[in-house]
Design a protein around this ligand. Structure first.
Ligand SMILES: [Fe+2]
Length: 389
């Protein structure tokens, strides 16, 4: 089969203590004046001071902007406030330092410095006409992949719905991924962001948009995350586990950016919007029901996924291989104390309007069009129903 492949990544700098290169990278991008966007946790953990020390370079001045969120996803009104500061401050480079939400804010703020209007004007696919100011994106968790993607997700406060800006012009210039910066990440965040990364690779691998390059990265990252998520969750100071999770998550982020997520992410939107459950936790509660439903379209790939997870599948029927893959995923989720169902997530089936959720999820055609199984609203209702069991 012939494939047409477009493959996009920022400049990636990965490894222990690579954060020491941030000053030089900022200079290469024309700094000058830097607006560094981060959050209170990063400051508290001492990571901000460490990064600032590497930005003490001749000719560079840094203004720190601390984001104080009241929702799991950043709300658009907070982005607008930061964009106002950025537009008035004559900055040359934007640095984002933190978890996925902070990084999304930094990417969007950079875009709003060269494009008029508000975040909501750019919801959807490829709506940002111009590249923003140069960005250096530095994750302090391993999972979201935001450092290498063109996506940013926000809560539109006016309608209380999570919305996405998906534009190539949002792709960061430089991603610095230093596993040392993830040492202070607490176990619950290590687990939920690590599972998010697993799903980026697994979903993209099963999707219609998969290609040979992303498949190779997806299988290797699935293998790394399966092996190292448990150790990183169990002992946050295990440097090798942190190193491997940062690498696996980075690879999964590249897969996400180039093949895209699908059903699990689409179905998580209405759930997260209503219950404000963290992204990775919501996905984890839906993953088994989703993969079980689409496996019929991808039995051969489910075998490769099981194999990447270290499962012995020799001699098994394809039906048993699918069951084995799902069982391995269930074990991975449970081993890091995450929910395997919506009931586990403490959502009450009786108080849930599954039909409404399915209608909303079905609108996410940007994601659902990549599903290996064509899904109607009724199909999605069945999957939600199964996810309660
Ligand atoms: Fe995700």
């Amino acid at each position: 089969m012939f494939q047409n492949i477009v493959f996009q990544t920022p400049t990636i700098i990965f490894g222990i203590d690579t954060i020491s290169q941030i000053g030089q990278q900022a200079k290469n991008l024309g700094a000058g004046r830097i607006l560094l966007i981060t959050g209170p946790q990063v400051k508290k953990a001492g990571v901000l001071d460490k990064v600032l020390s590497f930005l003490k370079v001749d000719g560079i001045t840094v203004e720190v902007n601390l984001q104080d969120r009241d929702t799991p996803e950043p709300a658009t009104d907070l982005v607008e406030k930061t964009a106002e500061i950025a537009r008035n401050g004559n900055f040359d480079v934007i640095v984002g330092l933190g978890g996925g939400s902070i990084l999304d804010v930094a990417k969007m703020v950079s875009a709003l410095m060269t494009n008029p209007g508000k975040t909501a004007d750019y919801f959807g696919k490829e709506k940002v006409p111009k590249r923003g100011k140069p960005t250096i994106i530095v994750p302090t968790t391993a999972g979201t992949g935001a450092e290498v993607t063109k996506h940013a997700i926000f809560l539109d406060r006016s309608i209380n719905v999570k919305m996405v800006v998906a534009s190539s012009n949002l792709l960061p210039n430089v991603a610095i991924v230093d596993p040392v910066l993830t040492l202070s990440c607490p176990p619950s965040v290590t687990a939920s962001s690590g599972i998010d990364a697993f799903i980026h690779s697994a979903e993209a691998f099963l999707s219609k948009n998969a290609n040979t390059i992303t498949d190779t990265l997806a299988l290797e990252s699935i293998s790394i995350i399966t092996k190292w998520l448990g150790p990183a969750f169990a002992d946050g100071n295990d440097m090798e586990a942190r190193y491997q999770m940062s690498l696996g998550s980075l690879m999964a982020g590249i897969v996400l950016n180039n093949s895209g997520t699908s059903l699990v992410h689409a179905m998580a939107y209405p759930v997260g919007g209503e219950h404000h459950t963290p992204h990775g936790v919501t996905l984890s509660a839906l993953m088994l029901a989703c993969f079980d439903y689409v496996a019929v379209a991808r039995e051969a790939k489910m075998a490769l996924l099981a194999k990447a997870m270290g499962e012995p599948i020799e001699g098994l029927s394809s039906r048993d291989v699918v069951a084995q893959a799902l069982d391995a995923i269930r074990h991975l989720i449970e081993s890091v104390n995450l929910p395997v169902s919506l009931t586990d997530l403490d959502i009450d089936r009786e108080e849930t309007d599954i039909h409404q959720w399915a209608v909303e999820a079905h609108k996410e055609q940007r994601l659902l069009s990549r599903s290996p199984r064509i899904l109607t609203v009724e199909d999605i209702e069945i999957i939600y129903e199964n996810a309660f069991e």
